[in-house]
Design a protein around this ligand. Structure first.
Ligand code: PLP
Length: 394
């Protein structure tokens, strides 16, 4: 028996730099000390108070099936959070609780696109985007952005990417991998484009609480946008709850109803004790979120101090999220070759820009996800590594 072509075509083809991550994992398992600056996984764990609320909820019997679109109290808390951010009236009927932002991205494309439609997204991109769009039956198409414009999608580039059959435009701010927070003018350009071409805006805002410079603007906050915006959110990054798998969609009510049907026929809801823990976390949001954000703010400064004057590479200072992009084109190496040599020689694992699309080729992405001392040490090793490369090249 052969698997369906629908399922086998979800993944893309060819090497994409993720082999470096897998190699680093293998080396670490075999006992080699690797500094992991690859994926977006915090070095701190979920706050004990959140875990205690999860434990108490389960202990008191909340272990059965839960409300499929999410428990009303949590949906309301998410609605309140989005209303605070956007000043757009939002209620629980606008909210679907999902098993993480990833499932929300899939559900959003299922809701926006019919089979064969085109879903556009911005390159560089979070690595799952193309496969998620394919999994929903649509065809992914990238909008090219460039480092000179801090990887923000210009109106012109959006227009160039549009073609008949386009149904959705996916943006991500604060952005992974680039750390860019889209300017208000970029979001306005997105809003104009989707309104003119009658598209859904899918706005991945999972890093909304990790902003160091500029201001997070959701397209939902702009006139004419609430009725065509699908906001994707998550507890993963803002509360260090990656393993709890809980996130959300905020969208017009007429989308949430059919999305609840999708949830019924796929996930059948999220565990009640996880939802209770998420509710506890959101109710204590300010303190818990700033505890999560602080280390990244410190490491951002460490990266700036260490890399901004280094020769042979150029730091693209981040404005948000938990990553730093570094332009290593002056070394003459691709991101993949650079990351591969760095892993072999220095036992430091970073992501090649090519893992996130062609627009980030010749860059590396450094996740700020080890403690400050280890982070500073790794960066100074990277600086010396590049100096040696330059010396060899000259
Ligand atoms: N969106 C972006 C931009 C991400 O970086 C991630 C995870 O790294 C996700 C969505 C998915 O997050 P989760 O499914 O853990 O909520």
């Amino acid at each position: 028996m052969t698997p369906s072509s629908r399922i086998t075509s979800i993944a893309g083809n060819g090497p994409d730099g993720w082999e470096i991550y897998h190699k680093a994992q293998k080396m670490a398992k075999s006992g080699i000390a690797i500094t992991q600056l690859t994926i977006g996984e915090h070095d701190i764990k979920t706050d004990p108070a959140i875990l205690e609320s999860m434990h108490q909820s389960a202990k008191h019997g909340n272990t059965g099936y839960s409300d499929i679109p999410g428990i009303p109290e949590l949906r309301q808390a998410i609605a309140d959070r989005i209303e605070r951010q956007t000043s757009v009236p939002t209620n629980l009927e606008n909210v679907l609780v999902t098993p993480g932002g990833q499932a929300a991205l899939f559900a959003a494309h299922m809701a926006a696109c019919d089979p064969g439609d085109v879903g556009i997204y911005c390159d560089p991109y979070y690595a799952t985007y193309p496969s998620t769009i394919r999994a929903a039956g649509a065809r992914p198409k990238a909008i090219q952005t460039c480092p000179e414009n801090k990887f923000q999608p210009s109106r012109e580039k959006i227009e160039q990417a549009l073609e008949p059959g386009c149904k959705s435009l996916l943006i991500n701010t604060p952005n992974n991998p680039t750390g860019t927070v889209y300017d208000k003018s970029t979001i306005q350009g997105v809003a104009q484009a989707v309104q003119e071409h009658d598209l859904w805006a899918i706005s991945d805002e999972v890093y909304d609480t990790l902003v160091w410079e500029g201001q997070h603007t959701s397209p939902r906050s702009l006139p004419g946008m609430p009725e065509r915006t699908i906001v994707v959110g998550s507890m993963s990054k803002s509360f260090a709850m990656t393993g709890s798998r809980i996130g959300w969609i905020v969208a017009p009510e007429n989308l949430i109803e059919p999305l609840a049907d999708l949830a019924l026929s796929t996930t059948y809801g999220i565990p009640g004790f996880i939802q209770d823990a998420a509710l506890f976390a959101l109710n204590n949001g300010d303190i818990l979120e700033s505890q999560i954000a602080e280390p990244f703010a410190r490491r951002r400064k460490i990266a700036f101090d260490c890399l901004s004057k280094a020769s042979g590479m150029k730091l693209i200072p981040n404005q948000g999220a938990m990553y730093q992009m570094v332009d290593i084109r002056p070394t003459g190496l691709s991101g993949i070759d650079f990351a591969s040599k760095l892993l072999d020689q220095e036992k430091i694992a970073v992501m090649p820009g090519e893992s996130f699309g062609q627009a980030a080729a010749g860059h590396i992405r450094i996740a700020m996800t080890v403690d400050d001392t280890a982070f500073a040490e790794a960066l100074s090793k990277i600086v010396k590594f590049v100096e040696r490369l330059e010396y060899k090249a000259s």
